[in-house]
Design a binder for this molecule. Sequence first.
Ligand SMILES: NC(=O)c1ccc[n+]([C@@H]2O[C@H](COP(=O)([O-])OP(=O)(O)OC[C@H]3O[C@@H](n4cnc5c(N)ncnc54)[C@H](OP(=O)(O)O)[C@@H]3O)[C@@H](O)[C@H]2O)c1
Length: 348
Amino acid sequence: MSGDAAITDEKERETMRAIVQREFGESEVLRIEEATLPIPAEGEVRVRVAAAGVHAVDLDIRRDAALPSMPRPTLPMTPGREIAGVVDAVGPGVDADLIGARVVAHVGFRSGGYAEFALSAASALHVIDDGVAFSQAVATIGTGRTAQLVWDAAQIRPTDVVVVPGASGGLGSQMVQLALSEGATVVALHGGPAKRAVVEHLDLGEKHARGRLVPLDANDESWPDRMGELLDGKQPSVLLDGVGGGTARAALESLGRGGRVVIIGWSSGEILRLDTDDIVQGSLSVTVPLGRAVADLRALEARALAALADGRTSPPVDEYGLEDAAAAHDAIAQRRQRGKIVLVPQPR
Ligand SMILES: NC(=O)c1ccc[n+]([C@@H]2O[C@H](COP(=O)([O-])OP(=O)(O)OC[C@H]3O[C@@H](n4cnc5c(N)ncnc54)[C@H](OP(=O)(O)O)[C@@H]3O)[C@@H](O)[C@H]2O)c1
């Protein structure tokens, strides 16, 4: 069946709560407002948002400091590019049987996710099983697809020893779990004792995590020595880095000959520094999947969601109320995240 007009189970409703950003700036520009309920256009659906992902890039967009390759948003805007929830209305040309489906989508730079309701192209939806939590689905749709991209670049094998800085973060946690599921030894670096519990919980037990998890506090500068002791002198073979700075540099220097380095970001503010001497002396291979055109993003999303559904990943999520979007941004800026930060609008 195809809808030729928006169909909703809440015909009387015209407004919703949404985070509206009217100026660029610090987190206080994220304010909750009563906004107009969006109406799906042709090829679109409206989703009652159960979980909206908060991404480090959202902070850059908020400050008007996103990479030049990203479109500059028009204000006012509602941030949020990752949503999970239930379809509550469809636009013309969309199968009305979708109403009521549990879905997750990356809506891209159209944004709008930090709200009780958000629009998505129907073609961007993935239907998710009842057993999959909305928060984990939304933690997977964007960050999980990036983890799959890293995965393709890294080609992890059971014999690998993989170092992951920022293992308590959204991307780091999923890279750790994928590498463990492959049977690799994973040195999961975290910033300070408070984040150790998050990293320890990345071990999903024997059924899904065949590898060995070695959590280490990267704030203790002797971590490379401690790693050497715990691994009986075996050197790491892979570095998956989204953090950069001194921690990533120390990890690079710990790699054995022929090591593989995948650079995916620089949460510390400083990208991993390395030069051709490092590469030649270590026979390193260095891959930067960031910024490349990806032929089939949807396939990466499907693979990430399959890993979630079959238990190879179970991303830790740190939930905030919709009205606490500014606090959620501050938590990322102040390095207080414990897994993927997700906004959970409360039903009213
Ligand atoms: N998520 C994606 O889809 C995606 C896509 C492309 C690129 N990236 C890039 O990959 C990197 C990680 O992304 P993410 O989504 O995992 O971010 P995240 O959830 O904010 O996690 C980043 C982690 O980096 C660590 N970190 C170390 N030094 C830091 C510092 N000075 N400031 C902030 N964090 C610091 C923190 O862990 P500790 O405090 O435990 O060290 C934190 O958990 C970012 O650079 C991001 O731009 C991500």
